[in-house]
Design a protein around this ligand. Structure first.
Ligand code: SAM
Length: 236
């Protein structure tokens, strides 16, 4: 079953049943599981009946851990790498480790599975043939405004992770610049209270100002392909 030294394994983004058989097999077969927060991952693994030694790997120790995991993998230990939710390496630790493994020629693979970015895209009903993923929106106002404005003018759909505490303000900023752009806020994906809020930037800014929302959220901006044809200058 185990043929690689390190497996990057996607975990559910909410619904615990969203895990592949292969992921369960690999998590059950490796020697050690690297995770962001052992207090978060241990109960999830227990739900699947998996008990393994856990090693913390998070944004503050990834550089140092990458070398240690690579050393141990070279000595024959087999690892799985997970993040708190979704795909490791996507707005989560993983990138530094994968580059270290690649640099040293240590065999690794990725087990596909849930990620909020593609789940939100497909459910948003915005054009999904091409998209830009910007990770977390910057907190600095100037950079955020530039990114939001570019997103509204691009031909593809743009996707950002955003804090629920900033979402209302972000929608207001976007609405001030591009009130008619099509927007979707995908909230609590795969969970009981999953919702897709759709409308123009002005409509969603008004909705979120009236009723601030909690939970995990993804912001999708339709770009000019989601507007009537004559409004998109870059379109053929
Ligand atoms: N690695 C993860 C992935 O593959 O999607 C992303 C991790 S990032 C630290 C966490 C952010 O992803 C949240 O702040 C939110 O923007 C988004 N997210 C994760 N789970 C979500 C969910 N169930 N519903 C909506 N957004 C979610």
């Amino acid at each position: 079953m185990i043929s690689h030294a390190v497996y990057f394994v996607a975990l559910p983004i909410g619904n615990r049943e969203d895990i592949t058989r292969r992921a369960l097999d690999v998590l059950g077969d490796v020697d050690t599981i690297c995770c962001e927060d052992t207090r978060h991952t241990a109960p999830l693994l227990a739900h699947y009946g998996i008990r393994k030694p856990l090693l913390s790997l998070h944004e503050h120790n990834e550089r140092e851990r990458a070398g240690q995991v690579a050393d141990r993998a070279e000595a024959g230990e087999r690892f799985a790498v997970v993040s708190d939710a979704g795909m490791p390496g996507v707005s989560d630790p993983g990138y530094r480790l994968v580059t270290e493994l690649q640099r040293r020629g240590i065999s690794y693979t990725v087990l596909p599975g849930p990620s909020a970015v593609v789940t939100a895209l497909v459910g948003s009903a915005l054009p999904s043939d091409s998209f830009y993923f910007g990770g977390f929106l910057p907190v600095k106002k100037g950079k955020r405004r530039t990114l939001l404005s570019c997103a509204a003018e691009q031909s593809c759909t743009s996707i950002f992770y955003e804090s629920p505490y900033r979402m209302a303000g972000t929608l207001k900023e976007l609405a001030e610049m591009h009130p008619e752009v099509q927007v979707c806020v995908a909230r609590e994906l795969t969970k009981v209270h999953e919702q897709f809020h759709r409308g123009t930037a002005a409509e969603l800014a008004e909705q979120f100002a009236r009723q601030p929302m909690k939970g995990e959220m993804v912001l999708l901006i339709g770009g000019c392909n989601a507007l009537p044809k004559e409004r998109c200058s870059g379109q053929e």
